[in-house]
Design a protein around this ligand. Structure first.
Ligand SMILES: Cc1cc2nc3c(=O)[nH]c(=O)nc-3n(C[C@H](O)[C@H](O)[C@H](O)COP(=O)(O)O)c2cc1C
Length: 217
Protein backbone atom coordinates (compact mmCIF):
# COMPACT_ATOMS: atom_id res chain seq x y z
CA UNK A 1 0.00 0.00 0.00
CA UNK A 2 1.27 3.47 -0.91
CA UNK A 3 1.04 5.81 2.07
CA UNK A 4 -1.52 8.61 1.83
CA UNK A 5 -2.44 7.73 -1.73
CA UNK A 6 -5.67 9.07 -3.23
CA UNK A 7 -8.13 7.59 -5.72
CA UNK A 8 -8.97 10.00 -8.53
CA UNK A 9 -11.90 8.80 -10.64
CA UNK A 10 -12.83 10.54 -13.89
CA UNK A 11 -16.28 9.98 -15.38
CA UNK A 12 -18.08 11.13 -18.49
CA UNK A 13 -19.31 14.54 -17.37
CA UNK A 14 -18.01 17.70 -18.97
CA UNK A 15 -15.05 19.28 -17.20
CA UNK A 16 -12.23 16.78 -17.81
CA UNK A 17 -9.79 19.70 -17.45
CA UNK A 18 -10.54 19.81 -13.71
CA UNK A 19 -9.37 16.21 -13.38
CA UNK A 20 -6.21 16.74 -15.41
CA UNK A 21 -5.25 19.81 -13.39
CA UNK A 22 -5.99 18.05 -10.10
CA UNK A 23 -3.76 15.11 -11.03
CA UNK A 24 -0.96 17.56 -11.86
CA UNK A 25 -1.34 19.40 -8.58
CA UNK A 26 -1.48 16.19 -6.51
CA UNK A 27 1.62 14.92 -8.31
CA UNK A 28 3.41 18.14 -7.44
CA UNK A 29 2.43 17.51 -3.83
CA UNK A 30 4.01 14.02 -4.20
CA UNK A 31 0.71 12.23 -3.64
CA UNK A 32 0.50 8.87 -5.39
CA UNK A 33 -2.79 8.56 -7.30
CA UNK A 34 -4.84 5.53 -8.27
CA UNK A 35 -6.66 6.66 -11.42
CA UNK A 36 -9.97 5.21 -12.58
CA UNK A 37 -11.56 6.27 -15.87
CA UNK A 38 -15.04 5.36 -17.05
CA UNK A 39 -15.57 4.55 -20.73
CA UNK A 40 -17.51 7.80 -21.12
CA UNK A 41 -14.63 9.72 -19.49
CA UNK A 42 -12.41 8.53 -22.34
CA UNK A 43 -14.95 9.87 -24.85
CA UNK A 44 -15.09 13.24 -23.08
CA UNK A 45 -11.28 13.45 -22.83
CA UNK A 46 -11.11 12.89 -26.56
CA UNK A 47 -13.83 15.48 -27.24
CA UNK A 48 -12.67 18.19 -24.79
CA UNK A 49 -8.91 17.67 -24.72
CA UNK A 50 -8.27 15.81 -27.99
CA UNK A 51 -6.65 13.18 -25.79
CA UNK A 52 -7.11 9.61 -27.02
CA UNK A 53 -6.06 7.07 -24.43
CA UNK A 54 -5.12 3.46 -25.17
CA UNK A 55 -7.41 0.69 -23.96
CA UNK A 56 -5.22 -1.24 -21.55
CA UNK A 57 -4.44 0.15 -18.12
CA UNK A 58 -0.63 0.06 -18.29
CA UNK A 59 -0.51 1.94 -21.60
CA UNK A 60 -3.12 4.39 -20.27
CA UNK A 61 -0.86 5.13 -17.29
CA UNK A 62 2.07 5.82 -19.63
CA UNK A 63 0.04 7.95 -22.03
CA UNK A 64 -1.64 9.99 -19.27
CA UNK A 65 1.66 10.60 -17.46
CA UNK A 66 3.27 11.76 -20.68
CA UNK A 67 0.35 14.04 -21.58
CA UNK A 68 0.11 15.57 -18.11
CA UNK A 69 3.80 16.36 -17.97
CA UNK A 70 3.29 18.68 -20.95
CA UNK A 71 -0.33 19.77 -20.41
CA UNK A 72 -0.85 23.53 -19.98
CA UNK A 73 2.76 24.66 -19.99
CA UNK A 74 1.51 28.12 -19.08
CA UNK A 75 0.14 26.71 -15.80
CA UNK A 76 0.75 29.26 -13.04
CA UNK A 77 2.35 26.50 -10.98
CA UNK A 78 5.15 26.38 -13.53
CA UNK A 79 5.47 30.16 -13.37
CA UNK A 80 6.44 29.57 -9.76
CA UNK A 81 9.36 27.49 -10.96
CA UNK A 82 8.24 23.98 -9.99
CA UNK A 83 9.11 21.15 -12.33
CA UNK A 84 6.31 18.92 -13.40
CA UNK A 85 7.45 15.41 -14.12
CA UNK A 86 4.59 12.94 -13.91
CA UNK A 87 5.66 9.32 -14.29
CA UNK A 88 4.12 5.90 -13.69
CA UNK A 89 5.67 6.27 -10.21
CA UNK A 90 3.19 9.10 -9.51
CA UNK A 91 0.03 7.65 -11.01
CA UNK A 92 -1.42 4.26 -11.85
CA UNK A 93 -4.52 3.58 -13.95
CA UNK A 94 -6.64 0.45 -13.54
CA UNK A 95 -9.17 -1.27 -15.77
CA UNK A 96 -12.81 -0.79 -14.81
CA UNK A 97 -13.18 -4.50 -14.00
CA UNK A 98 -9.84 -4.90 -12.22
CA UNK A 99 -11.27 -6.25 -8.97
CA UNK A 100 -7.72 -7.04 -7.81
CA UNK A 101 -6.89 -3.33 -7.71
CA UNK A 102 -6.28 -1.91 -4.21
CA UNK A 103 -9.16 0.47 -4.88
CA UNK A 104 -11.61 -2.46 -4.77
CA UNK A 105 -11.17 -3.31 -1.10
CA UNK A 106 -11.27 -1.52 2.22
CA UNK A 107 -8.37 -3.68 3.43
CA UNK A 108 -5.98 -1.78 1.14
CA UNK A 109 -6.44 1.17 3.48
CA UNK A 110 -6.78 4.00 0.97
CA UNK A 111 -8.39 6.84 2.90
CA UNK A 112 -9.48 9.34 0.25
CA UNK A 113 -11.29 9.33 -3.09
CA UNK A 114 -12.46 12.09 -5.38
CA UNK A 115 -14.67 11.69 -8.44
CA UNK A 116 -14.10 14.59 -10.80
CA UNK A 117 -16.04 15.37 -12.87
CA UNK A 118 -18.88 13.11 -11.78
CA UNK A 119 -21.66 12.30 -14.26
CA UNK A 120 -25.25 12.00 -13.15
CA UNK A 121 -25.10 8.35 -14.19
CA UNK A 122 -22.19 7.48 -11.88
CA UNK A 123 -23.77 9.60 -9.12
CA UNK A 124 -27.01 7.62 -9.40
CA UNK A 125 -25.26 4.25 -9.44
CA UNK A 126 -23.23 5.16 -6.34
CA UNK A 127 -26.37 6.41 -4.59
CA UNK A 128 -28.02 3.02 -5.07
CA UNK A 129 -24.89 0.96 -4.27
CA UNK A 130 -24.60 -0.64 -7.73
CA UNK A 131 -20.82 -1.35 -7.51
CA UNK A 132 -20.86 -2.67 -11.07
CA UNK A 133 -17.52 -1.14 -12.09
CA UNK A 134 -14.37 -0.20 -10.18
CA UNK A 135 -15.40 3.46 -9.77
CA UNK A 136 -18.72 2.52 -8.17
CA UNK A 137 -17.08 -0.20 -6.08
CA UNK A 138 -14.30 2.10 -4.84
CA UNK A 139 -16.89 4.73 -3.88
CA UNK A 140 -18.93 2.05 -2.11
CA UNK A 141 -15.80 1.01 -0.19
CA UNK A 142 -15.12 4.61 0.89
CA UNK A 143 -18.67 4.94 2.21
CA UNK A 144 -18.83 1.59 4.00
CA UNK A 145 -15.45 2.26 5.63
CA UNK A 146 -16.55 5.80 6.51
CA UNK A 147 -13.58 7.30 4.70
CA UNK A 148 -13.47 10.50 2.65
CA UNK A 149 -15.39 10.54 -0.62
CA UNK A 150 -15.62 13.79 -2.57
CA UNK A 151 -17.92 14.01 -5.57
CA UNK A 152 -17.65 16.88 -8.06
CA UNK A 153 -20.92 16.58 -10.02
CA UNK A 154 -21.48 18.46 -13.24
CA UNK A 155 -24.81 18.94 -14.95
CA UNK A 156 -27.22 21.81 -15.51
CA UNK A 157 -30.06 22.19 -14.85
CA UNK A 158 -30.47 19.52 -12.20
CA UNK A 159 -33.55 17.28 -12.06
CA UNK A 160 -35.16 16.18 -8.81
CA UNK A 161 -33.54 12.76 -9.32
CA UNK A 162 -30.07 14.37 -9.44
CA UNK A 163 -30.83 16.51 -6.40
CA UNK A 164 -32.24 13.58 -4.42
CA UNK A 165 -29.20 11.46 -5.22
CA UNK A 166 -26.89 14.24 -4.05
CA UNK A 167 -28.89 14.76 -0.87
CA UNK A 168 -28.85 11.03 -0.13
CA UNK A 169 -25.07 10.86 -0.55
CA UNK A 170 -24.52 14.07 1.40
CA UNK A 171 -26.47 12.61 4.32
CA UNK A 172 -24.17 9.58 4.17
CA UNK A 173 -21.17 11.86 4.68
CA UNK A 174 -20.10 12.28 1.04
CA UNK A 175 -18.74 15.75 0.22
CA UNK A 176 -20.75 17.11 -2.68
CA UNK A 177 -18.67 19.80 -4.34
CA UNK A 178 -20.36 20.85 -7.60
CA UNK A 179 -18.20 22.21 -10.38
CA UNK A 180 -19.47 25.77 -9.75
CA UNK A 181 -16.51 28.13 -9.98
CA UNK A 182 -16.85 31.54 -8.35
CA UNK A 183 -16.05 34.75 -10.20
CA UNK A 184 -15.30 37.03 -7.27
CA UNK A 185 -11.54 36.58 -7.75
CA UNK A 186 -11.80 38.08 -11.29
CA UNK A 187 -10.53 35.16 -13.38
CA UNK A 188 -8.61 36.26 -16.47
CA UNK A 189 -8.55 32.92 -18.24
CA UNK A 190 -10.10 29.47 -18.38
CA UNK A 191 -7.04 28.30 -16.44
CA UNK A 192 -7.98 30.65 -13.60
CA UNK A 193 -11.49 29.19 -13.52
CA UNK A 194 -10.13 25.63 -13.46
CA UNK A 195 -7.66 26.53 -10.71
CA UNK A 196 -10.45 28.04 -8.60
CA UNK A 197 -12.23 24.69 -8.47
CA UNK A 198 -9.06 22.63 -8.09
CA UNK A 199 -7.88 24.82 -5.19
CA UNK A 200 -11.16 24.04 -3.40
CA UNK A 201 -10.73 20.33 -4.08
CA UNK A 202 -7.18 20.42 -2.67
CA UNK A 203 -8.47 22.19 0.43
CA UNK A 204 -11.03 19.46 1.03
CA UNK A 205 -8.42 16.77 0.44
CA UNK A 206 -6.34 18.62 3.07
CA UNK A 207 -3.39 19.11 0.73
CA UNK A 208 -1.21 22.08 1.67
CA UNK A 209 -1.75 24.64 -1.07
CA UNK A 210 -0.09 27.98 -0.57
CA UNK A 211 -1.03 29.17 -4.08
CA UNK A 212 -4.80 29.25 -3.55
CA UNK A 213 -6.33 32.72 -3.66
CA UNK A 214 -8.13 33.20 -0.36
CA UNK A 215 -10.94 35.56 0.48
CA UNK A 216 -9.84 38.27 2.85
CA UNK A 217 -6.15 37.37 2.51
C1 LIG B 1 -18.89 15.54 -24.44
C2 LIG B 1 -19.83 14.96 -23.44
C3 LIG B 1 -20.20 15.72 -22.35
C4 LIG B 1 -21.06 15.21 -21.39
N1 LIG B 1 -21.36 15.98 -20.30
C5 LIG B 1 -22.09 15.46 -19.30
C6 LIG B 1 -22.28 16.21 -18.11
O1 LIG B 1 -21.81 17.33 -17.96
N2 LIG B 1 -22.96 15.60 -17.10
C7 LIG B 1 -23.47 14.34 -17.19
O2 LIG B 1 -24.06 13.85 -16.22
N3 LIG B 1 -23.32 13.62 -18.33
C8 LIG B 1 -22.62 14.14 -19.38
N4 LIG B 1 -22.43 13.40 -20.52
C9 LIG B 1 -23.12 12.10 -20.67
C10 LIG B 1 -22.39 10.97 -19.94
O3 LIG B 1 -21.11 10.80 -20.48
C11 LIG B 1 -23.19 9.67 -20.07
O4 LIG B 1 -24.39 9.77 -19.31
C12 LIG B 1 -22.42 8.45 -19.65
O5 LIG B 1 -23.24 7.30 -19.71
C13 LIG B 1 -21.86 8.55 -18.23
O6 LIG B 1 -21.15 7.37 -17.98
P1 LIG B 1 -20.21 7.24 -16.71
O7 LIG B 1 -21.01 7.68 -15.54
O8 LIG B 1 -19.88 5.79 -16.68
O9 LIG B 1 -18.99 8.07 -16.94
C14 LIG B 1 -21.59 13.90 -21.52
C15 LIG B 1 -21.20 13.14 -22.62
C16 LIG B 1 -20.35 13.66 -23.56
C17 LIG B 1 -19.94 12.82 -24.74
Amino acid sequence: MKQASIIVAITGASGSAYALRLIQRLSQAHIFQHILLSDAARVVLQQEQQLTLPEDAASTTQALAQYLTKYHVQDRVQHHGHDLNITPDSIRCYGLKDWFSPTASGSAGIQRMIIVPCSMGTLARIACGASDNLIERAADVMMKEQRQLIIVPRETPLSSIHLENMLKLSRLGVHIMPAMPGFYHHPQSVDDIIDFMVDRMLDHLEITNSKAQRWGA
